[in-house]
Design a protein. Structure first.
Lengths: 453, 38
């Protein structure tokens, strides 16, 4: 029996489970509130772990391994700052207030929040259009990443890789809505945690324990062990900050805070989310450790796939492939539902029930897959930072909206446009001064917001 | 220093994770006045 056959069997089994979750969810999604928010009755485990699943895409696993390989053990700081700023503080600072506000007002989406909080229709429409457009671009980048990975790991074509990763997601999101997104997210997070946990222990076993990894990396170059190491202080910590603060304005993650059953559930979800998110240490750690086994890789992103092929039997390799795929799919599905809600609820405000939402979701999903088939040049340039443009638009108005009592109806739209434009122009200019466009975008949005009051 | 030891600055990162989880647990256990009102 060839390994590829085994991989395919595991993959099909995995996709089948996702499909079944979609079917079961579809039976429970009857109203719009159920379709977009799961009837606001989601429990702590599902909320906490599906938050992690939607946060981490395949980039964290494969790219994280690459960073670890290139820059050494210091990259573990990225995971630590992810957990602290990207999970724990988001729950503490935004979670409870967003829950309270949404339960008082009954709003369903983040653009809705801007309209109700600031009494500004333009802010709602502008944020929804930015979300819809740039999230499609983000989706294309996730799809492309998964298809590229399957192309290598399953020895298939890009087209088949794209179909495998894209079609099943579209079916379960369109059928089951939010319930399908969070329950598949929950299942995928567990798969991810299991796969990465196995990689961690197998790596320790292969090289001979943590001390051996330290010693041998130190022998290659002490900078692979020390902080800040090869990357340097500013490079390492700006990157970590950007990928952690970016999630503060991400509507597909924020929705977790107001779809929970109660405030108590939200708090437990925060703890579980923090525990689950800690697994991000593994790709960086093992990426660094893989330098001991493969000192001369030309493409750092192949560090983890190479390591996995070295330490795992075929069955576990298949589980690892499913785990990486899970990271990408759970992000894609959360984003797909978000785009649907932005179009149906925020931009057009169609009141035609969930079947219309399903048709829109299906259309957006198919468009994403078709665009990912042969992404236009401009889309390709945008994929790396689509999320940064959205976060620059929404983060500041969201935080002020939850913590300040002032109205600032006009300030919000000015701040949004300023943050959006700065981030976009900065990123198109290819990050002048080596600073990621999210930082000037966020700062401009903040300054303009304060001045415009 | 000839031999790197377990606790380098790198592994301070792991401590940050534990502190984060601790913050989350304390937050989860904490009861604000607002909670009691409801």
């Amino acid at each position: 029996m060839s390994n590829y056959f085994l991989y395919s069997v595991i993959l099909i089994l995995y996709l089948l489970i996702l499909f079944l979750i979609g079917l079961f969810s579809a039976r429970r999604a009857k109203s719009e509130d159920e379709y977009y928010l799961g009837g606001r009755k989601i429990g702590s485990w599902v909320t906490g772990l599906s938050y992690v699943a939607a946060y981490y895409s395949s980039v964290v696993i494969i790219g994280g391994g690459g960073y670890g390989y290139k820059y050494g053990l210091a990259t573990i700081w990225i995971a630590a700052i992810n957990v602290l700023l990207g999970v724990v503080l988001v729950f503490v600072v935004l979670g409870k207030r967003l829950y309270q506000f949404t339960h008082k007002t009954g709003i369903m989406t983040i653009p809705d929040f801007f309209q109700v909080r600031y009494r500004s229709e333009p802010a709602k429409i502008f944020s929804a259009v930015v979300i819809a457009l740039f999230m499609i671009v983000y989706n294309i980048s996730i799809l492309k990443g998964m298809a590229n990975m399957l192309e290598v790991l399953l020895n298939t074509t890009y087209f088949i890789g794209l179909l495998i990763s894209g079609l099943v997601i579209i079916v379960y999101v369109v059928l089951g809505g939010y319930l399908a997104v969070v329950w598949t997210g929950f299942f995928q997070a567990i798969l991810m945690i299991f796969a990465l946990g196995a990689v961690f222990f197998a790596t320790l076993n292969r090289i001979g324990g943590i001390q051996a990894i330290f010693d041998r990396l130190y022998a290659i170059n002490p900078n692979y062990v020390e902080t800040p190491g090869i990357w340097g202080f500013s490079g390492l910590f700006t990157f970590a900050l950007v990928v952690s603060l970016g999630v503060w304005g991400m509507p597909q993650l924020l929705v977790r805070f107001y779809s929970v059953k109660s405030k108590k559930v939200l708090k437990i979800a925060g703890v579980l989310g923090a525990l689950g998110a800690s697994v991000a240490v593994v790709p960086y750690f093992c990426g660094a450790a893989s330098r001991i086994l493969f000192p001369n890789l030309t493409n750092a992103d192949l560090a983890l796939p190479n390591l996995v092929k070295d330490i795992f039997p075929p069955l576990l390799i298949a589980v690892f492939i499913a785990g990486v795929l899970a990271a990408g799919m759970s992000t894609f599905s959360a984003v797909l539902l978000l785009i649907t809600s932005a179009i149906v609820k925020d931009i057009f405000n169609w009141q035609k029930g969930i079947w219309l939402s399903r048709i829109v979701g299906l259309t957006i999903g198919i468009i994403s897959v078709l665009l990912a088939l042969k992404p236009p040049g401009m889309v390709l340039t945008l994929t790396g930072f689509a999320w940064a443009v959205i976060a620059s638009t929404t983060t500041i108005p969201l935080i002020f909206g939850l913590y300040s009592k002032k109205e600032k109806g006009k300030a919000v739209i000015v701040s949004m446009v300023a943050g959006f434009a700065t981030a976009l122009i900065w990123l198109i200019l290819k990050n002048p001064f080596g600073i990621h466009g999210f930082i000037p975008g966020l700062l401009t949005s903040l300054i303009v917001f304060i001045i415009a009051q | 220093m000839n031999k790197p030891f377990y606790f380098t600055y790198t592994f301070a990162a792991v401590i940050v994770i534990f502190i984060s989880i601790l913050i989350a647990i304390l937050w989860a256990l904490g009861k604000s006045n607002q909670d009691k009102d409801e």
